[in-house]
Design a protein around this ligand. Structure first.
Ligand code: UDP
Ligand code: MG
Length: 344
C-alpha cells in the first residue's frame, strides 16, 4: 500500500528540491525579519520545492524558541539544534550533513546575504553550474581594519595556499547535490569552510553582490577570533609556513657565517680592541626569536594533528525538529530510506 503511495508521490514531485541552510547563533533580533524576507522570495518561486534548515548553534537567547514557533505552521522548515556553540563552520557542516536538496544554499541569518538574490543563484544553477559563489562587491558596515586584514589574508593565501580561495567570497553560495556529497566525504575536524569549498572544485561561477550591513544584533567575530580563523585557514590548507621556517633558518645561518667572516677579517687585519657585546646580544636575541617562531609554527601544525587524531565529531546534535507535515515531503532522504519504504 505504502509502496504504491510512495511511487505516486514521486511522480507528483517533479520540481527540484532546494535546501537553504541558515546557521544562527544568538540572532533573536533578526531571525523573524530574516524569515519573513526569505519567505517572500521563495513563495514566488513555485517551480521549486523548498526546504529550510535552521541550524541553532547553541544560542543562549530566544533564537531556538522563535524557530520552534516558526516550524509549527510550515512543513518546509526544520530546525537542527546543536548541543552547544560550535562555531559557524561546524554549524554549516551540520547543515550540509542534514539537507536533502538537489541544490543547497547557505545564507547568514543577519540579512547580510540578501535572500532576494536566490532567484539569480538558481538561474545560474540551471545554466549548468555546480557551484554559484557570491562575491562581495562592497562591504558595508565593516571597519577599515577589517577590510584591510581581509585583504592581507587573501593576498597571503593566494601566495602560499595550495588551493585558490577566491577573494571576498564568503560562505554565501549555492552548491548542487554532487558538491554536497563531495563535502560529506571530507573527514577533517578543523574546518575552514572557504578552503574546503575551494578544494572540492567543480564547475563554478561567481556573481557579484552588494553586501548589506547587519540588520540588527552584533557580529560574532572579534579581531582575536578572526586572527585565529586566518591561522586555521592557512595551516589547514598549506604547509608553506613550515618551509618558511627552514628557509629563514638557512638564510640566518648564512648571514651568521658571513658576519663571522667579517669579524675574523676585521680582527686579523684591523684588530678589534673592544669585544662586541652589543652585536653578540643582537645576534643571540635574533636567533632566539627565530627559533621560537619556528617552534611556534611547528606547534600550530602539531596542534592541528592533535585535534584531528582525537577523531571527535565536528558538532553534536541535540535535537532535530521537523516542520509539521514534513512526512508529506515525498523526496526520500537517501537510498536506504527508499529501500525501507519499498519494503514496507
Ligand atoms: N554564526 C554561527 N555560529 C557562530 C557564529 C556565527 O552559527 O559561532 C552564524 C550567525 O548567526 C550568522 C552567521 O553565522 O548567521 C554569520 O555570523 P556573523 O554575522 O557574526 O559574521 P560576519 O557576518 O560578521 O562575518
Ligand atoms: Mg554577519
Amino acid at each position: 500500500m505504502i509502496d504504491v503511495r510512495f511511487k505516486y508521490h514521486r511522480q507528483q514531485v517533479e520540481e527540484p528540491v532546494v535546501s537553504i541552510i541558515i546557521p544562527a547563533f544568538n540572532e533573536q533580533e533578526v531571525i523573524l525579519e530574516f524569515h519573513r524576507r526569505l519567505l517572500e522570495v521563495i513563495d514566488k518561486l513555485s517551480e521549486f520545492v523548498f526546504e529550510l534548515l535552521y541550524v541553532n548553534d547553541g544560542s543562549q537567547d530566544q533564537t531556538l524558541g522563535l524557530l520552534r514557533e516558526l516550524i509549527e505552521d510550515d512543513h518546509r522548515i526544520n530546525v537542527l539544534d546543536l548541543s552547544r556553540n560550535f562555531g559557524k563552520e561546524a554549524a554549516m557542516t551540520a547543515g550540509i550533513d542534514h539537507v536533502r536538496g538537489d541544490a543547497v544554499i547557505i545564507l547568514d541569518a543577519d540579512l547580510q546575504d540578501s535572500p532576494e538574490l536566490i532567484p539569480k543563484m538558481l538561474d545560474s544553477w540551471r545554466q549548468g553550474y555546480d557551484v554559484v559563489c557570491m562575491q562581495r562587491a562592497s562591504r558595508d558596515g565593516e571597519s577599515f581594519l577589517k577590510k584591510f586584514t581581509a585583504r592581507m589574508f587573501y593576498l597571503l593565501m593566494g601566495r602560499v595556499g595550495e588551493v585558490r580561495v577566491p577573494e571576498n567570497v564568503g560562505d554565501f553560495r549555492l552548491m548542487n547535490r554532487a558538491v554536497i556529497e563531495a563535502l560529506r566525504t571530507l573527514p577533517e575536524r578543523t574546518r575552514f569552510m572557504k578552503g574546503v569549498f575551494a578544494w572540492v572544485g567543480f564547475k563554478t561561477c561567481t556573481l557579484p553582490y552588494h553586501r548589506d550591513a547587519r540588520y540588527a544584533g552584533e557580529t560574532k567575530w572579534n579581531y582575536w577570533k578572526l586572527w585565529n580563523f586566518a591561522l586555521e585557514g592557512l595551516t589547514s590548507f598549506t604547509v608553506a609556513p613550515l618551509k618558511i621556517a627552514s628557509y629563514v633558518g638557512i638564510l640566518t645561518s648564512l648571514a651568521a657565517l658571513g658576519f663571522g667572516a667579517v669579524i675574523l677579517i676585521k680582527t686579523l687585519f684591523i684588530g678589534d680592541p673592544v669585544p662586541g657585546y652589543p652585536s653578540l646580544m643582537v645576534v643571540i636575541l635574533f636567533l632566539g626569536g627565530l627559533q621560537l617562531m619556528a617552534i611556534g609554527i611547528v606547534g600550530e601544525y602539531l596542534g592541528r594533528i592533535f585535534i584531528e587524531s582525537k577523531q571527535r565529531p565536528v558538532y553534536l546534535k541535540k535535537e532535530y525538529y521537523q516542520g509539521r507535515s514534513q512526512a508529506e515531503l515525498s523526496k526520500p532522504l537517501n537510498a536506504d530510506e527508499t529501500k525501507k519504504v519499498a519494503n514496507q
